[in-house]
Design a protein around this ligand. Structure first.
Ligand code: ADP
Ligand code: MG
Length: 238
């Protein structure tokens, strides 16, 4: 059985059928990228996995456990939001420790975890600052730090770089990838940017209108796009 398994996952909002039957098996340690045009359902699919939206039908399992109806906070998954979701009036330390405090983790354990995350992310010297005293890239690293302290089984990223400028985007992208490897993490990363998808992914999942068009390594998609849509979307005519 796969580490994270999606069996015929569907989602409707009222009469709108948004995710139309997605099957996917993700192995431990993989870096998976969901790519596809705006409105195809990437964020919705990620939010279903995170438990931020309820699954209309289908089954989701993680590490052998059925988590289809498990509440978000008990799924052992952490979503990395865009950095504007930080608490502006709190220090970096407090931003990173917030979820652990809510979970009533002891102060000493929180300190160890936050210091480890800060060291991993090169944020040690910024722990007492507030987000507005940081650069865009540093803020995005704090947003990642908030996920790391929870030691989740799976990291979920929804276009984490989209509010950074082009230069920072490149650097932060490389950092996210290094971090994924260093932590031995399993990650799902949503983007509408083909270049990001092709450079980051172990496997790319191409979505279109609520369905998977193709799953494969960047090379497989490049060499053997399943159809014209994938070829055009990846930007390399077949
Ligand atoms: P993407 O992230 O690929 O741009 P989304 O997952 O955000 O796409 O949206 C997919 C479709 O689902 C869109 O047509 C969007 O309008 C619709 N949708 C998303 N969330 C909701 C919601 N809460 N209620 C109704 N429709 C929604
Ligand atoms: Mg989206």
């Amino acid at each position: 059985m796969a580490y994270l398994q999606l069996d015929n996952i569907q989602k409707s909002f009222g009469d709108t059928h948004v995710i139309k039957g997605v099957n996917l098996e993700i192995d431990k340690g993989e870096f998976i990228v969901f790519v596809g045009p705006s409105g195809c359902g990437k964020s919705t699919l990620l939010r279903l996995i995170a438990g931020l939206e309820s699954i209309t039908s289908g089954k989701l399992s993680l590490d052998g456990k059925d988590i289809t109806h498990t509440p978000s906070g008990k799924r052992d998954l952490a979503m990395v939001f865009q950095s504007y979701a930080l608490y502006p009036h709190m220090s970096v330390y407090d931003n990173m420790s917030f979820a652990l405090k809510l979970a009533k983790v002891s102060k000493d354990v929180i300190k160890t975890k936050v210091e480890y995350a800060a060291k991993t992310l090169n944020l040690t010297q910024y722990l007492n600052r507030t987000p507005k005293e940081l650069s865009g890239g540093q803020r995005q690293r704090v947003a990642i730090g908030r996920a790391i302290v929870r030691a989740p089984k799976v990291f979920l990223f929804d276009e984490p770089l989209s509010n950074l400028d082009a230069a920072l985007r490149g650097n932060t992208r490389v950092e996210i990838h290094k971090l994924h490897r260093a932590l031995g993490a399993t990650s799902i990363y949503v983007t509408h940017d083909q270049v990001e998808a092709m450079t980051l992914a172990d496997r790319v999942v191409v979505l279109r209108d609520g369905l998977i068009e193709q799953v494969g390594t960047p090379m497989e998609l490049y060499d053997h796009p399943a159809n014209q849509f994938v070829a055009q979307f990846i930007g390399m005519p077949s």
